[in-house]
Every structure is written in structure tokens, then in C-alpha cells.
Design a binder for this molecule. Structure first.
Ligand code: ADP
Ligand code: MG
Length: 628
């Protein structure tokens, strides 16, 4: 509970106790008014102040204004003998109780998102004169050796230089299985070191490390509003003045008509009805519960390692009609095995080493795999510079030599004659100074859950699953057959992928969306252009975290299905709340207008509905695993 919540709670209790006491105090007249005004001001002073401020700022029509006139009106009626002081206090009391309850619920679900904040490291250890000292991670420069002891969080992304251990990434990914790491491996910040002491050479500054980027993203998630939220804000802006006008008419028109008809005006009866009408129609249940639902949904997703950058994306996810997948690194692991080496005039080892040397500077999964497979590379062939040609390959300069490594398209672009390889898999051709050196066939492994995810997505109502890849037709067909994807576009350059997604967006039905799931390597433009960009296994790739709308912290395509099911559930709850509160309010308004509802019914229609709607919204937070 925050300080403010505690204070409000005390005010609520004091007012309740005082009011009950006053009910049994036999005083009359002005003294009674004075005594009742004490709890009224205790519970309502801030609302009255806000209402006055609203009037001064010429923006009077909010809930505080409604509550202020309703209660002041009730007090006036009570003074004239036609009402009860109790009602005025009760309206304020229950309104404050509802507000308190709502702020407590919002606080709770905000905290559940912040549970992720548990990944925030407070310090980093560095060694000085044989002693460990703690410093602010912000002050660590790239390339520093930091020491992470068992039980501590890794503060900054880097490479292990000494020690081995297992890491718990559960706070980041929701994946509970620890991962073992040893010398030479990359580690990301936010993981907890479980067993051995690690020495890590930092590769980034703290503010560029995974932890900081994720926290940034989570903290800003609230700022992008869903259409439902925007609708509710606009709705309240029109609705409240309309209700006030309605109440005014209700208080004036019937008595005037009665006077004209020659009967008694009954001013106070109609004023009471108008006030009841005002209390009933307070829109707070909607204003509060809709954003809360989305907030709770985002919280629930983040606990599973699904980061959603705003409630608009959570809302659109349920409307996905077409989903396009990148192949390498998304449907597949992006970890290649060399399956065939066909050198032309040199040894196999030489071919592999030449290729790996040229790939020194690339982060593409092909490059990483080739480097891992080639063993130590002689120092003299390591290139001085390299130029990566997205979707094709890489050309490196080593001394006077120019080495090109990439697919058939690259060879054609360079005008190099090559021997096409027919074995299935991703084929990498190598050339040196425009002379063909041979080809390497590598093959990727499909992610274990890819097939299940594609099937589950179809069950979730997604009509088309499409694969986009820069790889060859045969490699694409192979993966498509294994995952069950029927629509394939292969041999694409990054800009071709953009073109195809643009076409998919044109082809979609109105009101539905196109999602793209990629790993951020050669597909960041598509990630940002699709209606919903989903970055898979994005923990390493900054570009993907930047460009995507939804970030999956682990590499599991099944998480897309889960995100969609959370989205479905949230939208259902939002709809339930909208219909439920509007229906109850309309019924009560009708009853109030014809005189069948008193202030107590009004209080239920306002606060009761608010509490029920908030409780319902909180269900977005609870999402069972089997609901996938
Ligand atoms: P995908 O769309 O399947 O993720 P990319 O667009 O990243 O694939 O790459 C398409 C193809 O381009 C790869 O299959 C590979 O043949 C080639 N390629 C891209 N970058 C490199 C590289 N650094 N080295 C070798 N080949 C590469
Ligand atoms: Mg890719």
C-alpha cells in the first residue's frame, strides 16, 4: 500500500465510524447538519477541491464534478427536510472506497510487471589489488573485467573469460531450466549466476545492455494506448456533460410541466431523482477497468517472457489474420551443421578456413556457425575489412585478396562462375579474387516447437501462415514441409520481404492484422512495418528489440500462440466489462428517472459496478498455462 492509499483508508474508516455514531446521536436542526458535515468533509474534501479546480480550469465535467454536485444537492435536500445527510456521506464514502480499491488493484498489477524489474542489478564487482569492490554498473566501461559470484545477477552483457557456471534466466524468459556457460561464451545481463564464480569481459555499456533495454521497454509499455482505451476516454468526454445536462433537465422540466398543468411542482422529488441519476451515471467503472485489463494482460505476458510494448499491440494481436515468419533464426535455431564440403582445387580445411575468416565480422547465424566449425584460423588470412550484403553474404578484404562468401545470388552479383550445389540445405559458395573456391552445404535445425506453434496458430483463427526467407527455394521447402507452412517466398532480399509484407497488408481483411515474426537479422525493416512485429529470441539483437512491437525473450515460437491467447482473453474481459457496466447503469438510470431507484441503488450502480469490473479485469492477470 502506498502512503496515499493508507491515508485514504484511514479517512474511510474514520468517516464510517463517525457516521454510524452520528446516526445514533439524537440531535436536530443546524447542529445535526454541522455534525454530519465533519465526516462529509473528511471523506470528500479532495473531491470537492478537484471539482472546484476543474471548474476554474474550464474543464468541469469529470467524476469529481458529478460527485460534488450530487452530494451537495443531497445535503441541500436534507436541510430542507426532504432527504437524509447519510446519503450524501454514503455517496462520497463508497465512491472513495471504490477509488481506493481501484488504485490498490492498479498498483498491484503495476508491481507484477515490475517483478521483471527484479532483473535490475544494483552493482557490479571489479577487482582492485586482489580485492573485490562494488561499483555502480553505470560506471563500468566496455572491456572491463567484472566478477560475478554465485547468487549475483550479471549486471552487463559480456563474454566469460574465466570460470564456468549455470545461469538462471527465468526472470528474463520465464524459462526455468538453467543454462550452463563456460569460457568464451556470451552472457547477457539479468541472468542470475547459480553455481561458480565467473569473470566476464563486458562488451557493452550498462545502458545498452539487455537489462537496461528491457526495463526501458517495460516502463514505457503504458504509454501506447489501445483503441478501446482511447474510445473510453473520448466516450467519457462526451458522456459526462450529456449526463449533467440530462440531470438538469430531469430536475427542471417535469416540475415546470406540472406547474403548467396546474398541479403541485414537487421540486424536491425531481431534484432527488436528478441527483440519483447523476450518481448512477458516473462512468468510473469503464474509465478504470478497461486500461486495467490491458495492464494486467501485459503483466501476465511479461511473466512468461513476452514483452508487449503497448496495449494497442495486445489488442491487435487477437485480430491477427496473416502471420509471416522469417526462416533462419525464427523457425529454425540458426545453428548450422556443415553437411558437405566441395572444394574446387584447394583442401577442405582451407576452404572452411577461408570462409570462416571472411565471416570474422558478421553476426549472421551462418557466419557464427562457420566460425565455430572451422577451428583456429591462421592469423595471416584474417581480413582487415568486410562488407556484408544483406540477404546475400559477405565480401572481405584480406591484404590484396578479396574473398566472397554467400549464396548463389552473391556469386551472380559478383559475376563469378560457380558450380551449383544440389544437395538440400543452405549452400554457401566461396570465391577468392573472382575465382570460385568451392561450396559448403550447411543445414539448420528446426525449433522443436515450430510445427506445434504453426498448428496451434491455425486453431487460434489465423488464416494464413507464410514463410519469408533469403535462403534458396530448396532449403525453404525443406523447413516448410517440416513446419506445415504452405505459403513460401524464398530468395528474398530484405527489401523484398518488405514488399511482400506490404502486399499481405493490402490483402488482409479490414479490421484484421498482419503479424511478422523475425529474429531481427536482415528483417528489422519488416519488423517495424508489419502491423505487429514480433521479435523472436531477441535477447542478443538490439535492432530487433528496437524495431519490434512484441519481444519474445526466449526462442520459443509457441509463445506467439500464448500471447494471442492472452490477447483474446483480455479483449473478452474488456467487452464483458463494457457491456456489463453499461447495461446495469442503463437499467438503474431508467429506474432512477421514474423514481424507483433511490440513492442506495445509485451507489451500487456506481461503486458496486466499479468493484465488480475491476475484479473482472484482474482476471487478465491470471492466465493458466494449459490455456495455450
Ligand atoms: P532468412 O530470411 O532465412 O532469415 P537471411 O535474409 O538472413 O535469411 O539470409 C539469406 C541468405 O543469405 C542466407 O541463407 C545465406 O545464404 C545468405 N547470407 C546472408 N548473410 C550471410 C553471411 N554473412 N554469410 C554467408 N551467407 C550469408
Ligand atoms: Mg533471419
Amino acid at each position: 500500500m502506498t502512503k496515499k492509499q493508507k491515508k485514504t483508508l484511514i479517512r474511510i474508516i474514520v468517516t464510517a465510524v463517525m457516521t454510524v455514531g452520528l446516526i445514533f446521536t439524537p440531535v436536530d436542526g443546524w447542529l445535526r447538519l454541522f455534525l454530519f458535515l465533519i465526516p462529509y468533509f473528511i471523506i470528500g474534501y479532495d473531491i470537492l477541491i478537484k471539482a472546484v479546480k476543474g471548474i476554474i480550469n474550464l474543464q468541469p465535467f469529470d467524476e469529481c464534478f458529478l460527485m460534488a454536485i450530487a452530494t451537495i444537492g443531497a445535503l441541500v435536500l436534507a436541510v430542507t427536510g426532504d432527504g437524509d445527510y447519510l446519503e450524501a456521506i454514503a455517496v462520497m464514502l463508497f465512491y472513495q472506497t471504490g477509488e481506493w480499491f481501484q488504485s490498490y488493484a492498479v498498483g498491484k498489477s503495476r508491481r507484477s510487471i515490475s517483478e521483471l524489474m527484479d532483473i535490475r542489478p544494483d552493482y557490479a564487482n571489479i577487482e582492485e589489488n586482489g580485492k573485490l569492490i562494488r561499483v555502480d554498473p553505470d560506471e563500468i566501461e566496455t572491456g572491463t573485467i567484472i566478477v560475478v559470484k554465485p547468487g549475483e545477477k550479471i549486471p552487463i552483457d559480456g563474454v566469460v573469460t574465466e570460470g564456468s557456471s549455470s545461469l538462471d534466466a527465468a526472470a528474463l524468459t520465464g524459462e526455468s531450466l538453467p543454462r550452463s556457460v563456460s569460457v568464451g561464451e556470451q552472457v547477457i545481463s539479468g541472468c542470475v549466476n547459480l553455481s561458480g564464480t565467473l569473470r566476464i569481459r563486458t562488451e557493452k555499456e550498462f545502458e545498452d545492455s539487455t537489462v537496461s533495454r528491457i526495463l526501458d521497454l517495460v516502463e514505457n509499455a503504458g504509454s501506447r494506448k489501445s483503441r478501446s482505451e482511447n474510445f473510453i476516454t473520448r466516450f467519457a468526454r462526451v458522456y459526462t456533460p450529456a449526463v449533467v445536462t440530462g440531470a438538469l433537465l430531469l430536475a427542471l422540466v417535469p416540475p415546470i410541466i406540472r406547474i403548467l398543468c396546474g398541479t403541485e411542482a414537487l421540486w424536491t422529488v425531481w431534484l432527488y431523482r436528478a441527483l440519483t441519476f447523476l450518481v448512477i451515471s458516473c462512468p468510473c467503472a469503464l474509465v478504470v477497468s478497461v486500461p486495467l485489463s490491458f495492464f494486467a494482460g501485459i503483466g501476465s505476458a511479461s511473466r512468461d517472457g513476452i514483452l508487449i510494448k503497448g496495449s494497442n499491440y495486445l489488442e491487435q494481436l487477437a485480430k491477427t489474420q496473416i502471420i509471416a515468419f522469417d526462416k533462419t533464426g525464427t523457425l529454425t535455431k540458426g545453428v548450422f551443421e556443415v553437411t558437405k564440403v566441395s572444394p574446387a582445387g584447394i583442401s577442405e580445411k582451407e576452404l572452411l578456413q577461408t570462409a570462416a575468416a571472411a565471416e570474422q565480422f558478421s553476426t549472421h547465424p551462418v557466419a557464427v556457425s562457420l566460425r565455430n566449425k572451422s577451428g583456429d584460423i591462421p592469423q595471416d588470412i584474417i581480413p582487415q575489412s568486410a562488407e556484408e550484403i544483406a540477404g546475400c553474404g559477405i565480401c572481405a578484404k584480406s591484404g590484396k585478396d578479396k574473398i566472397c562468401v554467400g549464396n548463389g545470388k552473391l556469386m551472380e552479383r559478383m559475376g563469378i562462375e560457380y558450380i551449383p550445389e544440389t544437395q538440400p540445405g543452405t549452400v554457401i559458395y566461396v570465391s577468392k579474387n573472382d575465382k570460385f573456391l568451392g561450396s559448403i552445404v550447411i543445414s539448420d535445425v528446426i525449433r522443436p516447437t515450430a510445427k506445434g506453434a504453426v498448428e496451434a496458430l491455425e486453431r487460434c483463427g489465423i488464416e494464413r501462415a507464410v514463410m519469408l526467407t533469403g535462403d534458396s527455394r530448396s532449403a525453404a521447402e525443406h523447413i516448410a514441409a517440416m513446419t506445415g507452412i504452405k505459403e513460401i517466398h524464398s530468395g528474398l532480399l530484405p527489401e523484398d520481404k518488405v514488399g511482400i509484407v506490404a502486399r499481405l497488408i493490402e490483402e488482409k481483411k479490414t479490421g484484421r492484422t498482419v503479424a511478422f515474426a523475425g529474429d531481427g537479422i536482415n528483417d528489422a525493416p519488416v519488423l517495424s512495418m508489419a502491423d505487429i512485429g514480433i521479435a523472436m529470441g531477441a535477447m542478443g539483437s538490439d535492432a530487433a528489440i528496437e524495431a519490434a512491437d512484441i519481444v519474445l525473450m526466449d526462442d520459443d515460437p509457441m509463445k506467439i500462440v500464448r500471447a494471442i491467447s492472452i490477447s483474446n482473453k483480455c479483449l473478452r474481459i474488456v467487452r464483458e466489462n463494457i457491456w456489463f457496466s453499461i447495461t446495469i447503469k442503463l437499467v438503474c438510470l431508467l429506474l432512477g428517472a421514474i423514481g424507483f431507484a433511490n440513492m442506495w441503488v445509485a451507489i451500487f450502480a456506481d461503486v458496486g459496478v466499479l468493484v465488480l469490473a475491476v475484479l473482472n479485469a484482474l482476471r487478465c492477470q491470471i492466465h493458466r498455462n494449459d490455456a495455450v
